[in-house]
Design a binder for this molecule. Structure first.
Ligand code: GRF
Length: 227
């Protein structure tokens, strides 16, 4: 085996992360990258909020950050402008994978279809149930016995792309929406690196998942954790 072949096989997965909030999931990826437990290189972070703590986390780890604030200089940046800048930036980073980790802006079909790499999103429910917001409250109101989080391929329809992986927990009568949010977030912190590991190893092939979901009867892969 030639050296170049050998090197190519061990290239870390180049990951770009889009964030809007605290970035605890980003932090998990940074820590796993530094610990060498996940074969990734975080090539850049885009935040649509200047005040997101995720921005601080990226800077502290010396990861390039681009802030495309939708309230830049007091004027709301339209989604088209945001997407034009984000697209240019992402292409420059040449990612293999784009991860939406707590990214709260809805992206257009054009942006998603022309993204320079497959895009995955972390969602705090067991999709296909509870797309959108307030998932924990809705689980409690419905009296569901199970809840959790999902990672799915991003498509133009909100929270509707192929579900790749899920982590589950049992809901007890004592659970509150806030308590569930904390418990689900702990699951997310395990589900995200686990899923990226499967993608990096080629166990989950996003190009197939994106175009022909019907050939993947085994998905979503489920992780049942004792939280
Ligand atoms: C996560 O709970 C995710 O499910 C939701 O936003 C949160 C992001 O958390 N969409 P963080 O920014 O990674 O801490």
């Amino acid at each position: 085996m030639s050296d170049s072949h050998h090197t190519a096989h061990h290239q870390p997965l180049r990951v770009a992360v889009l964030v809007s909030g605290s970035g605890s999931n980003l932090q998990v990826l940074i820590d796993a990258m530094h610990a060498g437990t996940l074969p990734i290189e975080i090539v850049g972070v885009i935040s649509n909020r200047e005040d997101a703590y995720a921005v601080t986390r990226a800077k502290d780890a010396d990861i390039p950050v681009t802030v495309l604030s939708h309230v830049a200089s007091g004027k709301r940046m339209g989604i088209k402008t945001f997407e034009a800048h984000a697209s240019t930036q992402l292409s420059a980073w040449q990612p293999d994978l784009i991860v939406l980790a707590g990214f709260m802006r809805v992206l257009s079909a054009g942006f998603i279809d022309h993204a320079p790499a497959p895009m995955i999103n972390l969602h705090p429910s067991l999709l296909p149930v509870y797309k959108g917001l307030d998932t924990h409250q809705r689980v409690i109101q419905a009296g569901d016995r199970h809840h959790g989080c999902s990672i799915h391929v991003v498509t133009a329809e909100l929270d509707a792309g192929s579900v790749l992986t899920q982590a589950l927990l049992s809901v007890t009568p004592q659970d509150t929406a806030d308590g569930l949010q904390t418990r689900v977030q702990q699951l997310e912190h395990q589900l995200l690196p686990w899923t990226i590991q499967l993608i990096a190893k080629g166990v989950i092939d996003l190009n197939i998942a994106q175009t022909t979901p019907s050939v993947l009867p085994a998905l979503p892969l489920k992780l049942w954790l004792n939280d």
